[in-house]
Ligand binder design. Structure first.
Ligand code: PHE
Length: 364
């Protein structure tokens, strides 16, 4: 019997040492095969006395079952191990390469405004804001368009239904016609010097090829003790050259009237004809140089400063305002203003900007 238990220990450790299925099968053959060790011992039973055969026979059968079980257990452990190894090494890529997704586009007005913030930010201007629903005073009266002034005709707007308790003209609520109202708010609420730029929606009751009832404006205001028209010219020239990316873009100032500036000037940039189209920039032959108006500017009118509680004998400044759609159309070659607001996805697909690849002077 001690032989059997010694054999059991020996065979068990042999089985457990088999570290792959092939080695395990080899052990199985040497133990349980036709010429195996247990099979061999079974064969010796025939030569034993009936007594001995009975006890030895039983013990050998138990051993045989136990060993067969140990082999099965080892086999399943090895199979598990093998499967784990295969799972770790065999990988199948079940992913599909991405299908062309419809990614939204950013409306071109937004990158233009961001680029303007970058340009004016670099010149030391900060962004100011004001409401779209204004009152008559901030939009007209304070800007030196008194009630009944004919210049109001140039900027006809949408008035909100009147509150019978607020009949005075200057309290009437309207949709602002220009961002110049933000200048007034800023000057009333802050102490000079001011160096601000503001952006936003503006409204006029116009609708034709080149006018939409809502559009965007940008306005710049610089008020300090020693600001002159030379600063206005320098700032504007730098700004349009940076925005259009043309270092020698010709700029011209033409006298013009706006009630809130004195003197006032319209600003033109140079272009020339090229093939069927036009190109911004300096014409080779001065005779081919053409001009287009892009914005209004001037030195802030003393009355406007006074209306905001600023002494015009101490302070002076410049202001200018531009239409953002116009700037965008010129920069990106968009032919029709009205298309900006038609919400046609094909237009947006064509003229819009990839959310992650937006042009910006800061990244150039
Ligand atoms: N607010 C003017 C407009 O909308 C533009 C302007 C701004 C002109 C500042 C001069 C100075 O037409």
């Amino acid at each position: 019997m001690t032989d059997i238990s010694a054999l059991k220990t020996e065979l068990t450790s042999e089985i457990q040492a088999a570290n792959d299925l092939k080695a395990l099968d080899d052990v199985r053959v040497t133990v349980l095969g036709k010429k195996g060790r247990i099979t061999g011992l079974m064969k010796t039973l025939g030569q034993m006395s009936p007594e001995e055969r009975k006890t030895k026979g039983q013990a050998l059968n138990v051993l045989k079952d136990e060993i067969a079980e140990t082999i099965r257990a080892q086999e399943s452990a090895l199979k598990k191990k093998e499967m784990a190894a295969r799972l770790a090494t065999e990988t199948i890529d079940i992913t599909l390469s991405p299908r062309q997704q419809r990614v939204g586009k950013i409306h071109p007005i937004s990158p233009t405004m961001e680029e303007l913030v970058t340009i004016f930010g670099a010149m030391g201007f900060s962004v100011a804001e004001g409401p779209d629903i204004e009152d008559d005073w901030h939009n007209f009266t304070a800007l030196n368009f008194p009630p009944g002034h004919p210049a109001r005709e140039m900027q006809d707007t949408f008035f909100l239904p009147e509150d019978p308790e607020e009949l005075e003209e200057f309290r009437k609520k309207l949709l602002r016609t220009h961002t110049s109202s933000v200048q007034i708010r800023h000057m009333k609420e802050n102490e000079p010097p001011f160096k601000i730029v503001c952006f936003g929606r503006t409204y006029r009751s116009d609708f034709d090829m080149t006018h939409t009832p809502m559009f965007h404006q940008m306005e710049c205001l610089y008020v300090a003790k020693d600001v002159t028209m030379a600063h206005l010219k320098g700032c504007l020239t730098d700004f349009v050259r940076a925005f259009f990316g043309i270092d020698d873009l010709p700029v011209q100032f033409r006298p013009s009237f706006f009630p809130f500036v004195e003197p006032g000037a319209e600003v033109d940039i140079g272009y020339y004809k090229q093939g069927d189209g036009i190109k911004l920039g300096k014409a080779k032959d001065p005779a081919d140089q053409k001009w287009m108006e892009i914005l209004g500017s001037g030195m802030v009118h003393p009355t406007v400063l006074e209306n905001c509680g600023i002494d015009p004998n101490e302070y002076q400044g410049f202001a200018f305002g531009a239409g953002i759609e116009r700037m965008t159309m010129l920069k990106y070659g968009i032919p029709d203003l009205r298309t900006f607001f038609e919400s046609d996805v094909r237009w947006l697909e064509h003229y819009g900007f990839d959310p992650l690849q937006r042009p910006n002077s800061a990244t150039k």
